[in-house]
Design a protein around this ligand. Sequence first.
Ligand code: LMR
Length: 400
Amino acid sequence: MQSLFSPLPATAGDTIFALVEAFQNDPAPHKVSLSIGTYFAEDGSIPVMRAVRQARDMLVQAGKPHPYLPIPGSASYRNAARSLIFGANGPEPERVVTTQSVGGTGALKLGADLLRHICPKATVWVSDPTWENHAQIFRQAGFAVHEYPYYDAQTATVRFAQMHDALQALPAGSIVVLHASCHNPTGVDLSADQWEALTELFARQGLIPFFDLAYQGFGLGLDADAEPIRAMARAGVECLVASSFSKNFSLYGERCGALNIVCRDETAADRALGQLKLLIRGNYSTPPTFGAALVAAILSDDALRQVWTDELEQMRTRLVSLRARLSNALTQLTGAREAWDYIERQQGLFSYMRLSPQQVESLRREHAVYLLKSGRLCVAGLTDGNIDYVARAIAACAQR
Ligand code: LMR
């Protein structure tokens, strides 16, 4: 008798995690993982940030029990998450709903499920290209997903006129996924003027912005990276924000995220929160405690918050210098400065390398350097120990 599951197509699941697995199984001693979006310290380890270490010690010593959290998460975590996005002069807290979520991905799915409940016929628009999980999340929530123009491979910049025209043609109520900063996978963000034009368009057109804020602090800084969201809220646009503390607290496996929704008024916020409680309860019931307790402890203590902010800023500036080093090394090896200077114009964890899928494949097979097939390279995986090797490998493959 055939198994119930036989009709399922064979799949490796997610391509990013499949690459991580392939890397782990690769016996090459000189292998380099530049695939998944994880920040590695100079010694190649995933850092435990100083503030996290201190907060962790405090929590362990306190030895508190492990009760259920309320369905939307702990109040201190929710307040901290909200204020990190909106700053001191954000919308009135009563009209912002924030719920804890299972990572930024969980926030996207929760928001998608909520929107599907409210506007089942809406279509979802994501940038071309985008983080590959975006389309899957919204499709699994039941939406049709389409792409709007974003990246210009010729110039390694945003095709803003085409993007604007495409969004302008959408009917009111369309859901548009935006990367607030550190665009994944391209590392190419909109300028302040472009954001201003987009904010005006969303307000006029009645589009629904759904921001993905997974890399706050790694682009231009904590406040600047959230500014597109703040501006949208100031313009009176109801918007959703999936935020994550995976990267900026180096707390990947703790799955600390938040779904934040700016609503027109308090009544709308109450309705949204009620529905979110039902969605969460019907899914994983209540959120996990430990990572959220760490984040809340750090963000609600001035001294710890400063320790965290300082270290995050060091991580951000280190990425900037790694970009310069990679671009310089490639220039020296190939003699073509203009071929590589785009690496320094991009920001965040990723560089979208102008490499063909065949060149990416050669990098992996011949040099054990792992990038995504699209050419996305995680700059945060470069170290003193591997950067020259990586540059030589890229130069060798790129010149074929
Ligand atoms: C990435 O894009 O590599 C990260 O956001 C990790 C993930 O979940 O895919």
